[in-house]
Design a protein around this ligand. Sequence first.
Ligand code: WTA
Length: 653
Amino acid sequence: MTDLHSSLDRHIEDLLDVPSFPPPAAFVRQAVVTDDGVFDAAADAEEWWSEQARTRIDWATPFRTGCNDSNPPFFTWFEDGTLNASYNCLDRHVEAGRGDRVAFHWHGEEGEQRTITYAELLADVQRLANALRERGVRKGDVVGIYLPMIPEVVVAMLACARIGAPHTVVFGGFAPSSVAERLEVSNAVALITVDGARRKGRTTPTKAAVDDAIADLSDLHTVVVVRATGVTCPMTDGRDVFYDAALAAADPVCPADPMPAEHPLFLLYSSGSTAKPKGIVHTTGGYLTGVATTHSLVFDLKPDTDVFWCTADVGWITGHSYIVYGPLANGATSVMFEGAPDYPDKDIWWELIERYGVTIFYTAPTAIRACMKWGSEYPARHDLSSLRLLGTVGEPINPKAWVWYHTVIGGGRCPIVDTWWQTETGAIMISTLPGLQPAKPGSAGLPLPGVRAALLTPSGEDAGDDPGYLVLTAPWPAMLRTLHGDDQRYVETYFSTFGPRTYVVGDSARRDRDGYISIIGRIDDVINVSGHRLSTAEVESALVSHAAVAEAAAIGVHDELTGQAIVAFVTLRAGVESSAELEATLREHVAQRIGKLARPQRMIFVADLPKTRSGKIMRRLIRDVAEGRELGDVTTLGDPTVMAALQAQVVRP
Ligand code: WTA
């Protein structure tokens, strides 16, 4: 055993020197794209995307306009066409005789299994759509969804899509107050939630916890509660209804209502540089075109034979695009797993790959690093030979984790696609095409067909070999259309640096001689913890809302496992003493206000924070201190003595 392990370790060490991994011949033989003619075909990006929209999506009214770019940065796609997203994800497959195809192999925390076919999904979606309508949910009304990874979350999203009610899914890890905030700013009229959610053998009473937070929302007239765990939950007469009762009482037939292509399909709140989350708006026709196209090309999808598994939570964009809309639009079979990767044991993912014959597996670098730390003996317990393609998303992957993934999970035979994209882009933008282009560990790859990317200096010149701002220079169908209720913030956030036709991503990156793009990191105050986006301002505002705290500065520091970790520098109000208990209290306070995912890993109590003369906290200096670097420029500090005091207080972990 030890011999085996050390030879595996040696093999991994050797592969670290390999700069590029060409697609294996066996993979190329069966691949969807093997010819770079695809890039020629996309020379006219608008025509390319229009062709994808015509061939991959069913339209109730065909569109004649591709991209309308007459009012940048407010671009539209296929604006004179109409379609229904749930029709494209369900009805058309059932009508084509594929109703018995499995949409999801659902696997519960305690090992329960549910097989959900396209026909079954369609039946539930129609009933829930009718139930929502009967309760007064109209086209254009926003519906909140706060559900764990259970099949009902897919039904909920598609039922909303069916009646043109944009959904806003809130990740189950967010605290009730964050849910309420998102429902309030989106004027949601309904919420679909659950009695309780399970996590590693424990059940938390979701509905009871969220009830207080939503009590004062004046627009919210309906709450649908899925009975998933049987924990008792309070129900408000006239507002709340159980999901099963609502479905049983509803008319089973609800024809899919065609929507204009630009009708909003969903809002998804994401962290930006201020404490206020951004309501990213995606529309129907362009988004669906983007996710269906990329799900097929990047994942080399064969819908008749593949079993696809994206381990993201549905509450993030990755779950929206590659658990729900992309795979279902393409008529694929997916695995959906309720639980955590280490429960009941650290081999559960590999057990599920074997059990369901997963062929394409898509996860995040943090998860890969965790699995690598747990050890190769867990995957070794299972037969992973069904796998033929692996993917990663959410953060840069370090070459060591890449090579481990390639060797231990992929058995050396599976290409890896490192997919770069964002909540805002809706769909994958930069990746290799796995049957055509070699993969380079640590580099996402090339802009996909129809995608135009550039790296710019701050003054807008080409960055050449140097790191630069990553920008997207042509509109694409799955792009966000605006920020909910805030066109101005949309323009300022993404299009104020280089003008209304150059979308500023917020990442820095560099490009090699072959044009491969490697992401370096965020250039704004967004922290990426385990591939989850958080803003420093959100964490700070949660901290200062506690009576003991005077000021707070949160920063992201490098972390071996999670990519980045949150460290918070805190000054206390006069008369308050720092203590380990206070630190624990404040961490819990952040968990209560935002969610556990935002809890600072370390809290450092300081007498003063470094500020400019105008009073702006100098985060850059704090980061230097926290990461033990030489201090950068301190000449703009209001009080230069603060830094010495600060450094004296910070003991490196
Ligand atoms: C980062 C997740 C490196 C990046 C789909 C981006 C990545 C942010 C990659 C978006 C990747 C995403 N390599 N970094 N392959 N994919 N990122 O909105 O900083 O949650 O801007 O969307 O994650 O995060 P979001």
